[in-house]
Structure formats: structure tokens, C-alpha cells
Design a binder for this molecule. Sequence first.
Ligand SMILES: Nc1ncnc2c1ncn2[C@@H]1O[C@H](COP(=O)(O)OP(=O)(O)OP(=O)(O)O)[C@@H](O)[C@H]1O
Ligand SMILES: [Mg+2]
Length: 367
Amino acid sequence: MSTIAIERLTKQFDDVVAVNDVSLEIGANEMLVIVGPSGCGKTTLLRLLAGLEAPTSGKIQFGERVVNKVRPRDRNVSMVFQNYALFPALNVYNNIAYGLQARGFPKDKIRSKVMEAAEMLRLEDNLERKPSMLSGGQQQRVALARAYVRTADLYLFDEPLANLDVPLRQQARTDILALHKRKGRPSVYVTHDQAEAMALGDRIAVMRDGKIVQIGSSDEIYSRPNSKFIAYFIGTPSINFWEGTVLEKGDTLRLKTEHFEMVLPDSFARVRPLVGKTVTVGVRPEDLHSLRTAEFETKVGNTLNGTIELIEALPYGSAVYLMMDDQQLVTATMPTRVPNSYMGRTIELGIDMEKIHLFDVESEQVI
Ligand SMILES: Nc1ncnc2c1ncn2[C@@H]1O[C@H](COP(=O)(O)OP(=O)(O)OP(=O)(O)O)[C@@H](O)[C@H]1O
Ligand SMILES: [Mg+2]
């Protein structure tokens, strides 16, 4: 299969630039996940790919073919809409079969394809039912079956799991990944749930205000965010931010925040020109460690003190919310359950200094 290429694509509605000069390529059997806040242009980008919107400028290519002027039905794209968009008057069988019937496939071929999809998505017992008689999860699987029953050149998913509860979402994610692997075709999956993005994507593109602000593997986006926005948007609980002044003492560089001072490791030598300036420092909750379990040397210059205000159980441990000097809240996650008897205690946490992030205060870009 061929790759999908978007070049300098822009879509403007009156005074809103919904998609702003976006260029990207989607690999022949890649699942690209697009993530970003509400209104950033995700749906518009999918609709441009499907041919449901005409670009204001730019180019969309499926392999060698420029498809800007190709009508939606001739693009061979399969799209799952957020609200499922099932036909209420048709039963499940005919909902799944619709695209094949419309394309004039022979009846027995349609039957075998529908049955295969229905089996894979555990819908065999519901084929005679109308969508109104199905649960949300079942309707959602019908929408997936309908998309996957055809072999398309591109699959598009617009937040298809947004209305499902957590266990169903997990199951549906697994279904989508299995179907994707089987088809081996390019897919674009939109979500505003960053955990879902991390779980699904070969690569993740983060959108903001119509632009793609970073694209990379989930690892890259998580460990090397190129801006404060991305550092904040990806990761739960959210990253901690402080403002600090860069200082030089002897030959070490330090960062002095309102409540504590850190010694910057050698890997941050690049900030030397910023001595005297203020920067934003970001520390992810899991990069704050209990001194007992920290796998690095904790010493003055990479610790902070806080009083435990709140402990929250996580599937894999605890989130601990601490207050520094009655003022600033810090979030730390621990790989073990922290007992409630720790509430109110003041503890010292080690900062994994190699993993901190520095951002320009004005531009919010990574330093
Ligand atoms: N047909 C339209 N006419 C005018 N403005 C539009 C139209 N469609 C979208 N927009 C605007 O374009 C911007 C992007 O909308 P879009 O639906 O692509 O966002 P989104 O990222 O999908 O958001 P959400 O996560 O809420 O679904 C918004 O400001 C929206 O109001
Ligand atoms: Mg949308």
C-alpha cells in the first residue's frame, strides 16, 4: 500500500483557520494518532482527508495520486465518526453491509465479509437488531465493523471511543489495533485522550490551533516535549512547573526557585548563557522519588520538601500531593501504595535531575 502525504494543507472557515499549513506523511501501514485540545482542528483534518471538506490551499496525495479534486466516494476512505452515524432503520447486518452493497459487491461475498467482521467484533448474535436496541459499546462495534468490512486505502477514526466506559474502551482499543494490524493500511486516529494516544499510536501528532506542534513516537513526545504546552498536555497526573533563576556558583549551574534550589547536571551546560535569567522548569510527578527508593544519589541540590496534603490511589501506586511552605502544590507519583497515615507528614523527595525539562518563559519552547 502507498503512503498518504499532506503538504502545506490549510482550511479556513471565514475568520477561523481550522487547519493551518499542515504537512505530514502517513506510512503505508502506520497508525498515526492525532491528539489535541477541543477545537484545534482534528475533525477538520480528517474531513479534508476524507474529501468532505475542500482545502483552502495545499495538497493531499494518496500514493502518487493527488486527490484534492477526487470526490469522497472515489477516495476509497473508510471513516468511523464520533457519533457512530449508524442507519437507525437498518438492522446490524445491513448497517455493516451498506458500503459493500452501495459498491455493488455480489451478495455471497458481502455475506462472508459481514460475517467475518461480525465474528471478530462479537456481533454475531445481534445481526437482526436495529441500532436502537444495542448498547453504546455494541453500536460502536457496529461502526467499527462497517469501517473494516471494506478494504480501504485509508482508515479514519474520529474519537470513536469517546462515549464508552473504561473497560469497553480498553476492549475496543484492542479490537481496533487487531483490525489495523490485519488490514495493514494507513490509519489516522483522532482522540483528545492522551492515554489513548499513547496506547494506540505508532506515532503521535500533537495539534494546537490548527498546527501540528510535535510529531514523534509516544516515547519521544513524552520524554522530549518541545514545548511547555506538550509537556503539560501529555502525561497524567500533569507535570509540575516552577519558575527559576539560572545561577552560576563556582563552576556549577544552579536553578533557584521560590522554594528550593537545584544543581543542574552537566547535561544542561547549554543554559550557561542564560545565567541571571528566569526559565520555567518542568518535573514530571514520576521523576520525584522517595529518598529510600531513588536510584540516584540524593543530595542537597536535587531534593525538595513538602507536606502531604492528599494521597490518591492509582492502578500502579499512589499520587501524592504535597504543599511546599503552605503555598505551592507539588505532585509526585510513587510506584507503591502510600498509606493514609502519611497524611500531614513532611517528606523529602529526590528530583531525577537528568529528566527535568527547561522552557523559555516567553516562547514556552524547550531550551
Ligand atoms: N463548518 C465550519 N464552519 C465554520 N467553522 C468551523 C466549521 N467546522 C469547524 N469549524 C471551526 O474550526 C475549528 C476546528 O474545529 P474542529 O471540529 O476541527 O476541531 P476538533 O479539534 O475536532 O475539536 P473537538 O475535539 O471539539 O472535536 C473550530 O474553531 C471550529 O469552530
Ligand atoms: Mg472533533
